[in-house]
Design a protein around this ligand. Structure first.
Ligand code: 3PG
Length: 397
């Protein structure tokens, strides 16, 4: 696909799809990561003489204008990140958009109102896409984290204008390719989370692709049940035991080594500072819950990780949001950070919970790459084609 380097931008309005779907509390942005990450794209477009006009969704207004979901509230954070004024237009099509865009001069930046205020966005409606396309001469997609949506601003526009990837999109795709597309082996995947049922496609794809698969979180309990291990009151999907057994059998065939807990941290209550103990995996008391993996498990994961060249991480190993059940996640994350700093491991992580857990462990800065994507990262790990990326690949050159 094209990048900013390949496209003629001088004097052109560059419709730039970004993902600024950031957490907001009382009208203030509480995490600017996604906003900070689009700065290089905006600056590089400007450096080539283009006028960036940002297109984005915010939350899920379902085709209605919802004031609480206006992109206006992110303007101060965007201005702070860019170090310049942002011209906001009340709509992403029609008179307000046309007037705002027409008044922009080289060096300025525009931001159009939430694309999802129009039903045509999610429907990927051709007329709606054409109304946006009419505002600009070139389309840059920098929203990898929204690339799993085949919407007008993420997919349709690439078919109507000269199109290319922004810097963040490029970086995300490069990192993900290094992690799972064409990785240095051995590769370890760490997958955690509550439920096997929501990560079935992910597990099935990974056992065919990676050399080591660490299964953590509530999902691990389902695998333990599948192996006939008693898990007491732990969260587990007993109706998924058969599926879990099929995944284990498939891993045998592909030579993927599965790592399940060897020892477990159990408690009777799920609350901060609850009394807990570490036990061998087959000794969970009937009235207790497994809330984290123990030291022996972390030791085994670290040992296997040390022999790996690539790590891809999605999901915490335990109930990390409540201490002390964050210990296994933190310890394994620190091991990954150390190996990455030592230059022996390429480490890539993604997904909302995962990034929160790595931030909490204080190691996100040491990972090779932290994706800004949640759902898109997961779908990509599942081996799915992301419509936003496919549209860039198919775009005319
Ligand atoms: C995200 O936050 O993961 C993206 O912005 C996509 O949002 P969506 O799940 O509402 O499409």
């Amino acid at each position: 696909f094209n990048t900013i380097d390949d496209l003629e931008l001088d004097g052109k309005v560059v419709l730039t799809r970004v993902d600024v779907n950031v957490p907001v509390e009382d009208g203030r942005v509480t995490d600017t990561t996604r906003i900070d990450k689009i700065v290089p794209t905006v600056k590089d477009i400007q450096a080539k003489g283009g006028i960036p006009v940002l297109l984005a969704h915010f939350d899920r207004p379902k085709g209605q204008r919802v004031d609480a979901m206006s992109l206006r509230q992110i303007v101060p954070a965007l201005e702070a990140a860019l170090g310049q004024e942002v011209v906001f237009a009340e709509d992403c099509i029609g008179g307000p958009a046309k007037r705002a865009v027409a008044a922009l001069k080289p060096g300025q930046v525009g931001l159009l109102e939430n694309t999802r205020f129009h039903a045509g966005e999610e429907a990927n409606d051709a007329t709606f896409a054409a109304s946006m396309a009419a505002l600009g001469g070139v389309y840059i997609n920098d929203a990898f984290s929204a690339a799993h949506r085949a919407h007008a601003s993420t997919e349709g526009l690439a078919r109507l204008l000269h199109a290319g990837a922004g810097r963040l999109m490029e970086a995300e795709l490069k990192a993900l390719d290094a992690a799972l597309g064409d990785p240095q082996r051995p590769v370890m995947a760490v997958v955690g989370g509550a439920k096997v049922s929501t990560k079935l496609e992910l597990l099935t794809n990974l056992v065919a692709k990676v050399d080591h698969l660490v299964i953590g979180g509530g999902m691990a309990n389902t695998f333990l049940v599948a192996q006939g291990v008693e898990v007491g009151k732990s969260l587990a999907e007993r109706d998924m035991a058969e599926t879990a057994r099929a995944i284990l059998a498939r891993a045998e065939e592909t030579g993927c080594r599965i790592h399940l807990p060897k020892d477990i941290v159990v408690a009777r209550e799920f609350k901060a500072g609850a009394e807990s103990e570490t036990l061998p995996v087959d000794q969970c008391p009937a009235d207790a819950m497994i809330l984290d993996a123990g030291h022996e498990t972390v030791e085994a994961i670290t040992q296997a990780m040390t022999a790996c060249k690539t790590l891809i991480w999605n999901g915490p190993l335990g109930a990390f949001e409540i201490p002390p059940f964050d210990e296994a996640t933190t310890a394994a994350a620190r091991a990954a950070a150390d190996l990455t700093r030592a230059g022996t491991l390429v480490s890539v992580a993604g997904g909302g919970d995962t990034v929160a857990a790595l931030n909490k462990a204080g190691v996100s800065g040491d990972f090779t790459f932290i994706s800004t994507a949640g759902g898109a990262f997961l779908e990509w790990m599942e081996g799915k084609t992301l419509p936003g990326v496919a549209a860039l690949e198919a775009a005319r050159h």
